[in-house]
Design a protein around this ligand. Sequence first.
Ligand code: IMP
Length: 433
Amino acid sequence: MPLDVIIGAQWGDEGKGRITDLLAAEADIVARYSGGDNAGHTVTVGEQIFKLHLIPSGIVHPHTTCLLGSGMVVNPAILLGEIDDLASMGVNVSPNRLKLSSAAHVLTPAHIALDGAEETRRKGEMLGTTRRGIGPAYKDKAARSGLRLGAMREPEEFAIQMEEHIRAVGEVLERIYNLESPDPVEVAGTYCEYAKRLRPYLTDVGGFVDQALREGKTVLAEGAQGTLLDLDHGTYPFVTSSYPTTPGALIGLGVGPKHLRRIIGVTKAFQTRVGSGPFPTEVFEETADKLRGTGENPWDEYGTTTGRPRRVGWLDGILLRYAVRVNGFTELALTKLDILTGLDPLKLCLSYRRNEDTYHDLPDGPADLSPFTPEYGELPGWRSDLWEIHHRDDLPHEAQSYIRRVEELAELKVSLISVGPEREQVIHWNITA
Ligand code: IMP
């Protein structure tokens, strides 16, 4: 009856999708639990590459049931687009395979308009949101004025509520931001049609997961975003509006902690961030170009959702250990080790300095990192290509030393390493469960 969780240890984009892909092969259920279509997972269906934003990437394994949990905010237009695209590729996305929590919240065009308006008003202090309406949708949820997916069971009534919602937010858009509101009647009509299509998918996801766990099935919770974007535990205010961490998985699925087995923290062998906010180990120029890539390859560091070039830097041991603590990781998956090939020396942030003091842990969380200067340790790099390596002992000694140093810094074992974009380019480092 295990619940395994996959969590981003950094600012998102750690390569969680491919670790999910690996573990989904053994899972009965794969579930998203927080966030919305601000996330982006690239999945391969046969010869076709598809970018998913809402549906768990486990959907490409035909034996799985996939869930969208109550912690999510769902844009029905995006969801239906994904359902249609997957169906056209021959993937079964019928309601007996894909289930939506009736407690998840509906994301609307008014939320999207508001997200853009709020960002523009922040001017020089933009958060760099994905402009997908995420913050405003969660704001409505917290204010207890949001619309839940469950309301779609009665499409006509839902349309009335939607019309009221658009009118209410429209007033804010017009009065405060001097922007045109989406047309309430038109949106209500469209959402009424969405409701008719989506209501067969509505489920009590918490109850469904509980029943599955009682029957001894394996449930895999697929994280979106990352620990440092967590609303409470991230680099506030440069965070998302949900809880991508382990506690968020429990709330966002509606299950208690007793079922937890593996909590896998996924970290890149370096570090990236999209959007604004602190990034102590950020690098620029040549090293950045090498880590980021040109954008020609699908694995280069450009956002799946926004296409924005990601900021890049060295792996930060302080922040990694913090993520281990916040999430209670049982193991780490280290992705994109191959990208470090050719960089010599390699740097790892071992401590922070503020004035005369050295810190090995964050004195007061990650919200204000500006007073700290990273202190690095250097390790020798390697030149040989890692793509064809399938066994840990065949990794260059320098790469092995690098992984061991990461383990020391995180105070946790690495179980998996990825050395290339393909499914089989994953190496078992320490064998766990
Ligand atoms: P929002 O989630 O669109 O409100 O954006 C808030 C912050 O989280 C911004 O810095 C985004 O770039 C970042 N963010 C949101 N989703 C992701 C993701 O899936 N990967 C990486 N960054 C993300």
